[in-house]
Write a protein that binds this ligand. Structure first.
Ligand code: DI6
Ligand code: FE
Length: 407
């Protein structure tokens, strides 16, 4: 007997690229936290009462894979509404960063924050994501830029997994900005990150993957390459903030290191697209940052599609360029601002987001053997998930086969 069986549901399995993988009048069987059966109800191997210990009747609601937010900076002190006001009166994101504001103002606030408060504020920002059916979230460091605070951020990210019903992937983003102590010495700062901070974080088992910010206002491809070499020593997968504000060749570099993903990509070149396709690197698009910064240059969606590069979407939740905590709104923005189809937007926060985190074997689709993380939605068709703005149709989240949230 299975542990539980869901019937009277319509299912979008997301198993086939470019399609919802629809199963009308479907059923899902779960055992030991994994999916053991998924298909049409009439094909079930016996009478429903005899198949599982618990029978859930879905009243013809929809089931999709649980959502995955594969790029966030959720752990941080403070906020930057003042900078938002400056930008609205004409300053650019890069101007503010060069003047010592931007990321560095959040660094000051994060260094000053106590660990307990940092965890509490992170959990508050996480809760709307959880309410939307997110069960896996990636969280980056990168607002510490010194040994103690980078470790503190990563410990908080790990603690999130103990305190909230989500699995957390932690990302070391020491190469996010040059801190004041290293002003004018970006190379010295990269040495410090590679030789001292990353090894200490790995030693304490705080790091699942490594990221960097490759941009004229941040780090050069040569500096990023040293970070990737350091990651390689620890067998850690890499990813990169690339081509957000200019074409700097970051995506090609990331592809050369077999990166799981390259993220942002508004200025991605045709060569970059080809390199990503060849390396199997996922394109993680962040329409929240595009929107918030009033950008006009779109990521090359058509080229990415033609080249078969999987496209993911994420909130990029951070206090500067994307103070956003809704993955459903991100899906809507992916469609309206970037021209994705709703079916692509759903894949972008499920199967492709799983791939961007190296979790494609266990997450992101509804198929036998995968972890039974799924969402029950009160909708009439799956395109509704990307269509509404500011309305959350999630009624229940199933995590490893167990209902964790009922609204
Ligand atoms: N790109 C981003 O979108 C975030 N970091 C990055 O490298 C923004 C970080 C911030 O402005 O605080
Ligand atoms: Fe980011």
């Amino acid at each position: 007997m299975w542990d539980a069986l869901w019937i009277d549901v319509d299912i979008a399995t997301c198993t086939v690229p470019g399609e919802y993988g629809l199963i009308e009048n479907g059923a899902i069987g779960v055992e030991d936290g994994r999916i053991v059966w998924v298909g049409h109800r009439e094909d079930l191997p016996g009478p429903v009462e005899e198949l599982a210990a618990v029978l859930h009747q879905g009243e013809q609601k929809w089931i999709t894979p649980a959502l995955i937010d594969c790029h966030t900076h959720l752990v941080h002190g403070g906020q930057r509404a003042g900078e938002f006001e400056l930008r609205l009166s004409g300053a650019s994101y890069a101007d503010i960063a060069r003047a010592g504001g931007g990321i560095l103002s959040t660094v000051a606030a994060t260094r000053a924050a106590g660990e307990v408060d940092l965890l509490a504020s992170t959990l508050r920002r996480l809760s709307p994501l959880i309410a939307e059916g997110v069960t896996v979230v990636e969280i980056k460091s990168g607002y510490g830029l010194d040994l103690d605070t980078e470790l503190k951020m990563l410990r908080v990210a790990r603690a999130v997994e103990r305190e909230a019903p989500v699995d957390v992937i932690t990302t070391f983003l020491g190469a996010h900005a040059v801190p004041p102590e290293f002003a004018g010495d970006a190379d010295g700062y990269i040495d410090f990150m590679c030789d001292e901070v990353l090894p200490a974080a790995v030693e304490q088992d705080l790091v699942d993957q490594v990221d960097a910010f490759c941009e004229t206002i941040a780090f050069s491809p040569a500096q990023v390459e040293r970070v990737f070499e350091a990651a390689k020593l620890f067998n850690l997968p890499v990813k990169l903030h690339a081509e957000q504000l200019s074409d700097y060749g970051g995506a090609e570099l990331a592809a050369r290191y077999g990166a799981l993903s390259a993220d942002h990509l508004e200025y991605l070149s045709p060569t970059g697209v080809r390199a990503m396709a060849a390396a199997g690197t996922v394109a993680v698009l962040l329409p929240g940052a595009f929107y918030m910064l009033g950008e006009t240059r779109h990521p090359p969606i058509g080229r990415l599609r033609d080249a078969g590069v999987p496209i993911a979407l994420a909130t990029d939740s951070n206090p500067g360029s994307s103070p956003m905590t809704s993955l459903l709104l991100t899906m809507n923005m992916g469609c309206v601002l970037f021209g994705l189809a709703p079916v692509e937007a759903l894949a972008a926060v499920t199967r492709n987001a799983a791939q961007a985190l190296g979790l494609a074997d266990t997450r992101g689709t509804l198929e036998v053997g995968k972890i039974a993380d799924f969402v029950i939605w009160d909708i009439e068709e799956p395109a509704e998930l990307a269509y509404r703005i500011g309305f959350n149709p999630c009624v229940e989240v199933i995590r490893a086969g167990a209902p964790t949230l009922v609204r």
